[in-house]
Design a protein around this ligand. Sequence first.
Ligand code: CDP
Length: 209
Amino acid sequence: MSHEIIAIDGPAGSGKSTVARALARALGWAFLDTGAMYRAVTCEALARGIDVHDQAAVGALAESVALTTLPRVTVNGRDVEEEIRTDQVNSAVSIVAANPIVRQAMVARQRRWADEQQLGTVVEGRDIATVVFPNATLKVFLTADLEERARRRGEESPESVARRDQADSTRVASPLRQADDALVLDTTGRDVGEVVGEIIACLMKLHLS
Ligand code: CDP
């Protein structure tokens, strides 16, 4: 790993994707939305009629599918950019993401992706600072009130958001957890530019120290 990595974790609707994308743009760095990868695998399992509780079958699928997240989310060449946000995927993704075989396959892909980048990277998810890149240059944990997080999720109901949070935080395989050395930012009522500015200020401070 020769370049810098900013790892951003947090629960659903904490602002990870928006902040991470804006931060990557401001720095001219590459960006990876790892949630889109778990969602794409979930889409493919559902499309093939695979029981999402069948760990061996979903695990084998995760190991073998071709995935892209940018410019569009695709799985085996099929564009699933819209499909990954459906209710069906929202309710199944945390089951797929709790599967240790799936996690191992996704983490390997995420590390390989980062190795291939020429520039710094911004990576967002649930286990980026704790498991995928424990040596990241900067670790950020975003939070926000449940009410605001549910509002940001738009179509997804507050119950569904709360259910995913509960499943993601209590699972055995890499639960959502704040890294001890993370910069913790509450994004409730704050705009994206302000949060991005705070992260860049922290990065600059690290560079100067
Ligand atoms: O956008 P939102 O925060 O609602 O979700 P997401 O980032 O698209 O992630 C969807 C789901 O994937 C989460 O609820 C987790 O179950 C799972 N996930 C994970 O387990 N590990 C990651 N690094 C990223 C997502």
